[in-house]
Write a protein that binds this ligand. Structure first.
Ligand SMILES: Cc1cc2nc3c(=O)[nH]c(=O)nc-3n(C[C@H](O)[C@H](O)[C@H](O)COP(=O)(O)OP(=O)(O)OC[C@H]3O[C@@H](n4cnc5c(N)ncnc54)[C@H](O)[C@@H]3O)c2cc1C
Length: 472
């Protein structure tokens, strides 16, 4: 096992040369004390520097919990293939700490400032999810500050196994993850990519099913798999394989743009770190809205500003002050509806979903990322998937003009109805419009109620419906 001083990454209170355990325990004590001191009835929120949420949060008095002591990697055991990580550590920090040891988390969400706790309580997905599932499926155990002010260790067995299986999709409404031991896997220096074109939704869906089953392509193992739909007849799967060598590597952190390369070249090589963050520089393709794909703007911005968290901050500012929306209204432009969602649909219904989506919601490109639940014997209670099925995450993040005569959330509601009709699931990091009955039927109200009564009986943290639909 390697204790944290040898780990690379940002200097941090927990990165002290000795007494890692003491430092962590001290930080836990301090946090527990400060949490218990918050007056009952006052709302609590994490004081974090970054977020990747896309729903409005209600204003009003909130107590911001200082969790800055939980942002680092505590230790790593490359041979045992695990790492102890602070719940507020960003994946950028985690990856930088682990790569020098030749390992990475089994699932690394695509945006640098997604945190471990955010991914565990709010779900995460990436191009290893077809073989490694979601981040919560790679947790060995975790410490959680529960709503009633205790710190408990949740693991698959034992006293708090209910919390372990109920934590994913709880969005900080049962408690906050302070530390998790996660599984890691060995890395190679490079990823060899093949971008394979398909001319229809049916063909791309069929190929996803086959690749998830065989895990081989052109005689090589498939280590990474995701896809991009540019139009009805231009869909790509990007198949990645670990490689010890590369004839040359591409750089998409500055002038060149990764998503455009998918259409331009059928083969590519990236360094391991660059592969993991290939989508971050341009927030998939969403950087276009901020003119960041203009070569001059790109040059001026430089690597420091070509990052998803920079775009998120600009967008959050606009959500708050509506400057562009007001200018558009003055220019007579139609009102727009944000449709920023990730949904999971079974692969056999993917073509049907994409067909309806491209007719009803004029957003392209969209991202495809297959996933399978790892252990068919378990149930993740607040976001249950059918373990016998391959699902495909479909991600779309843009805005569309509000339809004449339709409500301002018409397109989002269409997505909710369609996903339900196709036996899919919708993640809750963005806006949701369900009524309470439907919401609790979809997200396991009875189990949630039991967990809430056990871990947050005085409702010091918001309720899942209030938080994810009402924006409390
Ligand atoms: C354009 C776009 C692309 C995306 N792409 C991906 C992707 O490729 N892969 C992917 O996995 N996800 C993706 N997401 C979704 C993202 O993973 C989720 O929004 C995630 O929950 C954000 O985590 P965060 O760490 O930024 O948490 P925050 O935004 O800070 O918080 C999210 C929620 O989690 C709770 N929370 C945060 N930390 C903790 C903790 N330690 N313990 C308990 N609860 C906590 C908060 O209370 C809050 O309710 C994408 C989102 C967008 C908008």
């Amino acid at each position: 096992m390697v204790a944290n001083p040898e780990l690379r990454g940002t200097a941090h209170p927990l990165d002290k040369p000795s007494g890692t355990t003491n430092a962590y325990e001290q930080a836990v004590d301090e946090l527990t004390r400060s949490y218990r001191a918050v007056p009952k009835g006052e709302r609590v929120r994490l004081a974090k520097k970054s977020s990747n949420l896309f729903r409005q949060r209600s204003a009003g008095k909130v107590h911001r919990l200082d969790v800055s002591a939980f942002g680092s990697v505590l230790s790593v055991d490359p041979r045992g293939r695990w790492a102890d990580v602070g719940g507020m550590a960003t994946y950028e920090h985690i990856v930088d700490a682990l790569l020098p040891h030749g390992v990475m988390p089994k699932v690394v969400p695509q945006l640098k400032t997604i945190t471990l706790g955010g991914a565990l309580s709010g779900l995460g997905i990436e191009s290893t999810s077809f073989r490694s599932g979601m981040p919560h499926e790679t947790v060995i155990d975790m410490d959680v500050l529960t709503g009633d002010g205790r710190v408990v260790t949740a693991r698959p067995e034992g006293e708090h196994s209910d919390l372990f299986y109920g934590f994913p999709n709880s969005y900080g409404t049962l408690g906050y993850a302070l530390r998790a031991r996660i599984e890691v896997e060995p890395v190679s220096p490079y990823v060899r990519l093949r971008h394979v074109r398909f001319d229809s939704f049916e063909e791309v869906a069929e190929a996803i099913g086959v690749l998830c089953e065989t895990r081989r392509f052109e005689g090589a193992p498939v280590d990474f798999l995701d896809g991009t739909v540019f139009s009805r007849d231009e869909c790509y799967l990007s198949v990645g394989t670990w490689s010890d060598t590369a004839p040359l590597t591409s750089d998409y952190t500055r002038d060149a743009i990764y998503y455009k390369s998918i259409q331009q070249r059928s083969r590519d090589w990236l360094g391991a770190r660059d592969y993991l963050w290939r989508w971050d520089t341009d927030w998939f393709w969403c950087s276009k809205a901020f003119y960041a794909q203009n070569p001059v703007v790109r040059r001026l911005a430089g690597r420091r500003f070509l990052r998803s968290d920079v775009y998120w901050k600009i967008m959050a500012f606009e959500e708050r002050y509506k400057i562009k929306a007001r200018m558009d209204a003055r220019r007579g432009q139609p009102e727009r509806e944000n449709v920023i969602q990730d949904v999971e649909v079974p692969v056999e219904r993917l073509a049907e979903f994409l067909d309806g989506f491209t007719r009803e919601v004029p957003i392209l490109p969209v991202w495809l990322c297959p996933l399978r639940q790892l252990d068919p014997a378990v149930t993740w209670n607040l976001y249950p998937l059918d373990p016998s099925k391959t699902y495909v995450n479909v991600g779309f993040w843009s805005s569309v003009p509000v339809r004449d005569g339709a409500g301002p959330s018409y397109h989002n509601r269409w997505v909710e109805d369609e996903v339900e009709r196709l036996d899919g699931r919708k993640s809750l990091y963005s806006t949701a419009f369900y009524d309470p009955e439907r919401f609790w039927a979809l997200y396991n109200g009875p189990v949630y109620r039991t967990l809430k009564d056990r871990y947050d009986p005085d409702s010091r943290l918001a309720d899942l419906y209030a938080k994810c639909v009402k924006g409390s």
